[in-house]
Design a binder for this molecule. Structure first.
Ligand code: SF4
Length: 369
């Protein structure tokens, strides 16, 4: 059985997913969390939710590690919210899609993509935790950016600004449905002169269009061909809706990039990508295309996740698990990850980058692997 439905794992409502993603019934929180204004706001939004005091936002029995409890994942994602305090604040150097990974203002995800590596690390239901000490986090980020001074050398993250990834552990479009943390971050980076925020998303949350990012926030819309997305992107906005949102986000003052990931290779994959990129070219304005850049990331899958997925969504595994195309490598944590065989993969990466150059010539490729 799938988490979303017993019969249709990719079933989704096309227009109002953001409105139905959450129906918060239980809020787990640390003792004294009401001392934070953000916590009081979140609690006030859900006056009927049961409140459960827990010793720590990271140790809640039943919420994490329940790999076998597939039926409960989506119910927990929809109905449970955790409120906590982010205790250690560090901006970690990155260098790939961002210069720094910002300390999280939320963690967990309301969506359920079957290839997602996050549940493996954090327990499968992985509901959203909102960190209530937002002023401390934004203050830390402002001081951190000030210490960097101007960016003097362009890099693959950005030619002029220091880039902070604000969504490493969550999807900010979904987080913005639960608290004003994302609004505060967008406002912060709208006024910091030398830095911008960045996050990848698979959800179209049009409430973000009401904010005033002033070019200080980059939204990286994740795209893959619709047929594959329907099989593996569970509880996400349809790809066509994400493409339709690109112009609107640019018009609202966001920088908009493409996160082309994961690229899943199967028979006919390159033709499907040609169709997708053409959809983007046809569905966007010249202004949007002129500011686009893309990151291209081919699929990494994992043996343990494959075993879990076979129990609830075997159709997705027909795409994701391809031993004839993949090679295994043991990760530092001792798990077996699989990637496309390196000689073939480098050719496929080249083919997709060439296709991008032909179909969306304005779109710079920030990196591809
Ligand atoms: S939206 Fe991102 S974080 Fe959430 S399940 Fe999908 S891949 Fe994972």
């Amino acid at each position: 059985m799938t988490p979303e439905s017993a019969t249709s794992p990719s079933r989704r409502v096309p227009t109002d997913l953001a409105d139905r993603l959450f129906d918060i019934r239980t809020i787990y929180h640390e003792a004294g969390i009401e001392r934070f204004e953000r916590a009081r706001e979140v609690l006030d939004r859900h006056p009927d939710a049961e409140r459960v005091v827990v010793p720590s936002h990271t140790a809640i029995p039943g919420l994490y590690g329940n790999a076998g409890n597939v039926d409960d994942w989506v119910r927990i994602k929809r109905e449970v919210l955790v409120l906590g305090e982010k205790k250690s604040l560090t901006a970690r150097p990155n260098g790939r899609s961002s210069d720094w990974i910002a300390p999280s203002t939320a963690n967990g995800c309301a969506m359920a993509c079957s290839y997602c590596y996050v549940p493996r690390r954090k327990g499968y239901a992985n509901p959203v935790t909102v960190f209530a000490n937002i002023e401390r986090i934004t203050g830390y980020l402002e001081r951190h950016a000030a210490r960097q001074g101007p960016k003097t050398e362009p890099n693959q993250c950005d030619p002029v600004d220091w880039v902070y990834d604000i969504g490493e552990n969550s999807d900010c479009s979904a987080d913005a449905l639960l608290s004003d943390n994302v609004r505060d971050l967008v406002e912060l980076f709208g006024r910091i002169p030398n830095a911008k925020a960045s996050f990848a998303t698979k959800l179209v949350n049009r409430r973000l269009l009401e904010l005033d990012p002033r070019g200080g926030t980059r939204v990286r819309f994740s795209l893959m061909p619709e047929a594959a997305s329907k099989a593996v992107d569970i509880r996400t906005s349809p790809v066509a809706e994400r493409i339709r949102a690109l112009d609107d986000f640019v018009d609202a003052g966001y920088e908009v990039h493409l996160n082309l990931s994961p690229v899943i290779v199967h028979e006919g994959w390159l033709d499907e990508w040609a169709g997708l990129l053409q959809q983007v070219a046809d569905g966007t304005s010249a202004r949007t295309r002129a500011q686009l850049a893309a990151e291209v990331i081919f699929l990494t899958h994992n043996e343990d996740l494959h075993e879990v997925n076979l129990g609830w969504h075997p159709r997705g595994e027909e795409l994701l698990w391809r031993p004839d195309l993949q090679q295994a490598k043991r990760s530092q944590s001792g798990q077996w990850n699989v990637r496309y065989k390196s000689t073939w993969k480098s050719r496929w990466v080249g083919q997709l980058v060439d296709l991008l150059g032909e179909t969306l010539p304005e779109c710079r490729v920030r990196y591809a692997f």
